[in-house]
Design a protein around this ligand. Structure first.
Ligand code: PEP
Length: 263
């Protein structure tokens, strides 16, 4: 049984900004301050907005967002609690730094750090065992998979590898971020109909793995890949669309605000 708060209800739409390695400490603090101002009166239907700055800025940004409408998230985590793991950071350490969310298995980490789904699986497990940290598990096909009609297989396989065999209790939550790799940072988002299809596949696979009731209560499926203030409306009312993971557009307070208002 998890140590997370009992009876946590499924949250509203969630919008997570991934600042990647694009802002240093001072820049992250400045952007966080700008965001806090921008979101001062933001309080819509239980929507949750989180920002994920670089690791070195977490504690500083936490001080800035602590009493605001914004939550803090991290971009990575390790699967052990403590030990000789040079350069890594544990779920508890992120919680201590103020994080409520953590992105796991982003395609850039899979590409540049050779992070595989066995690692991602261990990370999800450890994060679920920690108190109050929600894993944001990224999956998504490469362009080649899409062109060769392998998308469905790839998504199901990634889900199975990342989450298969994991027990989820009533109080735990998992966010699955569908991020077609070819759409990330490309400036061209997926067609809404394609997103609907992929989210449906993901939803059905999760239903199969965890049961419909558990999925309804504990899972959210969000989309990531070139979401902007302009195209957000075309995604906002899609079935099984619980929010967004936003890269580039989350580095601009006005644009990010538009996205959060738009869904
Ligand atoms: C991302 O990197 O997770 C992402 C969605 O980036 P962008 O919004 O820039 O495509």
């Amino acid at each position: 049984m998890s140590k997370q708060a009992k009876g946590a209800a499924k949250a509203g739409k969630v919008i997570i900004g991934n600042w990647k390695m694009k802002k240093g400490l001072a820049e992250s603090a400045a952007l966080a301050k700008e965001m806090v101002e921008k979101f001062r009166d933001f309080n819509e239907d239980g929507k949750v907005v989180a920002i994920c700055p670089t690791l070195v800025a977490l504690t500083e940004v936490d001080k800035i967002v602590k009493k605001s409408n914004l939550k803090l998230g991290a971009q990575n985590v390790f699967w052990e609690d403590r030990g000789s793991y040079t350069g890594e950071v544990s779920p508890q350490m992120l919680i201590e730094a103020g994080c409520r969310y953590v992105i796991i298995g982003h395609s850039e980490r899979r590409k540049y750090l050779l992070e595989n789904y066995s690692m991602i699986h261990q990370k999800v497990r450890e994060v679920l065992n920690a108190e109050g940290l929600v894993p944001v598990v990224c999956i998504g096909e490469e362009n080649e998979d899409r062109k060769t009609d392998r998308r469905d297989f790839v998504l199901l396989n990634q889900l199975q590898q990342a989450l298969g065999g994991i027990d989820i209790s009533e109080s735990q939550r998992i966010i699955v971020a569908y991020e077609p790799v070819w759409a990330i940072g490309s400036g061209t988002a997926i067609e809404p109909s394609e997103a609907t299809y992929a989210h449906k596949i993901i939803r059905l696979a999760l239903d199969d793995m965890f049961g419909m009731q558990a999925v309804e209560k504990s899972f959210q499926i969000i989309y990531g890949g070139s979401v902007t203030g302009k195209n957000v409306k075309s995604f906002s009312n899609l079935e099984n669309m619980d929010g967004f993971l936003v890269g580039g557009a989350s580095l601009d307070a006005e644009e990010f605000y538009k996205i959060c208002k738009g869904i």
